[in-house]
Design a protein around this ligand. Structure first.
Ligand code: ADP
Length: 168
């Protein structure tokens, strides 16, 4: 059985992430979206909130509803070790632009160093999501900009509450 993990912060999840998940689903028997929680990172949404949001998007977004082989997990340890623990041979990462490349290559090498049994595969973003990053989404949300088409409705709502004090 082929199993892949798609790890990330998902702080918060965007349509760019969801598009990668949707495209991974027919390729692998099982896809596990893994929410990383690093002590070195300052998240806007805590692990439980990010987990809830990803779950809600997978349940309610029309393009995601029929994906029976996608699940969610939390990981507070090394991703490459976690992959092996759950018997996943593949780590998938998304690539938006050349600017992502060096970071992703270094991460893939580091993960191989941690655990050579697990391979990293890169999936390119679709051009319409090439500029969508969680950090930028939060910046635009905090200034009240339009994010429709970039993040699901449930994410829009919590972004408004968290970053604009209840305003949308
Ligand atoms: P991390 O903090 O691990 O980079 P992110 O949630 O920012 O976590 O991203 C998780 C993965 O999804 C990364 O491989 C990232 O490059 C990819 N990704 C982020 N945004 C997009 C997007 N718009 N399209 C495709 N891939 C994306």
């Amino acid at each position: 059985m082929s199993k892949a993990i798609y790890p990330g912060s998902f702080d918060p999840i965007t349509f760019g992430h969801l598009d990668i998940i949707r495209r991974l689903s027919p390729i692998f028997d099982e896809v596990v979206v893994v929410l990383a929680n690093s002590r070195r990172k300052n998240y806007t949404f805590n692990l439980d909130e990010r987990f809830e949001l990803v779950g809600e998007c997978l349940r309610t977004e029309p393009s995601m509803r029929n994906l029976k082989n996608v699940s969610i997990a939390r990981c507070e340890s090394l991703i490459a070790d976690f992959a092996q623990e759950i018997d996943a041979k593949v780590i998938v990462r998304g690539l938006r632009a050349v600017s992502d490349f060096e970071y992703e290559m270094a991460m893939a090498e580091m993960n191989r160093n941690v655990n050579s049994e697990v391979e990293t595969l890169i999936m390119f973003t679709r051009p319409e999501y090439g500029f969508v990053a969680s950090s930028m989404v939060k910046e635009v949300a905090s200034l009240g900009g339009d994010l429709s088409g970039l993040v699901p409705e449930s994410v829009l709502k919590v972004l408004g509450q968290r970053l604009r004090g209840g305003e949308k």
